[in-house]
Design a protein around this ligand. Sequence first.
Ligand code: ZN
Length: 492
Amino acid sequence: MANIDSITVRMYNTGSVGDCLLLLFKKNNVVTFTTLIDCGGFNTNTQSITACANDIRQTIGAGNPIDLVIVTHEHLDHVSGFNQAKAVYDSIPFNQVWMAWTENPTDPIAKKLKKTLGKKLQALIATLTEQHKKVGARLKSSTNTPGLNKRLKHYSKSWGEVLDALHFENGRSLQKNLAAGLTVSNAMVCVKGKSIKKSKEEMFRKPGEVIRDIKGAEGIKFHILGPPYDEDLSGIKNKMQEDEMYSLQKHAAFASSQTFLNAVGAGSSTPAFSKSPFSEKYKMDAPEEKDFFKKYHSKDMAWRQIEEDWLETSEQLAIAINTYTNNTSLAMAIEFEGSGKVMLFPADAQSGNWISWHNESVTSALKRNGGKPANELLDKTVFYKVGHHGSHNGTASKSGLDKMGNSRQLVAMMPLVQDKVPSQWGGSKNFPAKALYTELIKKTNGAILRTDEGLIKDPRAKELREKNLSALMQKKLKAASKPLYQEWTVEG
Ligand SMILES: [Zn+2]
């Protein structure tokens, strides 16, 4: 049986920030195996994503199945398409579906994770909803100064957005134009149910697994690297490691959201006062309290009221919560057995996930299962699907990019539509993260394909391409951009 000798990746433009990647595995230019990794966009429109799904159907041939569908994690920007283009996907059989072990309803650690995350979200949603209402009511007050009104409006808007983000994290649909009753979690159920191969062991993947010799994809090894499988969920909770980031700008913000999380008391039964920065002796007794609040709540003292100020960190908090789910991303390396070349797909994994690929338990499992340790895979990486749309913590440095493609030319694909970055993620100005982008341009000699720009226009990239890449490589990169997708072929 001949081996796969090339893999073509299509990164679709779903109309917003999101992943939708079609992989065509070929022998002598004939496609013998197909894989779809995610299909979604953040608050994208049905029309844009349906165009992608239609192109996928046409490419694999109407009536033909997709051999393998991988849903990396439960976020709108990775799964919305399975709802929004449901009519198209209903006509495409899925031979096999892979998801991370975190989606396995019978796995005890997965159950624990869903419970922890669910509790935190419920507590935050309740608190923010209440505050959002209060601000709304306060806005109507006639005693507000123009300055206060301005601030209140700002809070009202940003908290509204944060609530949206939390609701979507919780699986509630934000899309008015989705089919009735279809949410993010429904999309997951839909995809699970479509798998022809129903065996649980094969659907839910754990780090250390090596899947090889799949019919049609001979000569290819799929290495599962993450999400980390540990009893205390430490790898998933471990969102940011200072020395694993090319930029540290969000670190302070993250610390304050942890404080906020403590203050909200989510997932904790400790009385709120124990988290107070002041000693118990400053606590007022009942009559003192009554007297104080009478003054405090009087109209002329309104400008001193600070109830809502502590929630200013809520935007950062939404980012932190988002990160939690991002760390449940199914991270995978595809290796050509013959040449050892590797294509890396970390989904939206953040540093806790990346670091765990190098754990002794994962390394020994990968070796035991006939694969290679993460270090070697990274060294042989020639294609990198940039993690989390180019965010500051979506690509680890020491455990990731620093080790990548040192002996060979690296090409990166970045699923990013910059002007569609949600404000909950910190907005367009943070994507791609500056320090990461600089490093990525250096590492790839400017060979970066982006959803919105195609071959990136950054002058530093252009200079490096002209200086260090062959004429043929430059030509291929320029030809990668199509109206609906970016396309790159890795020769095995
Ligand atoms: Zn994403």
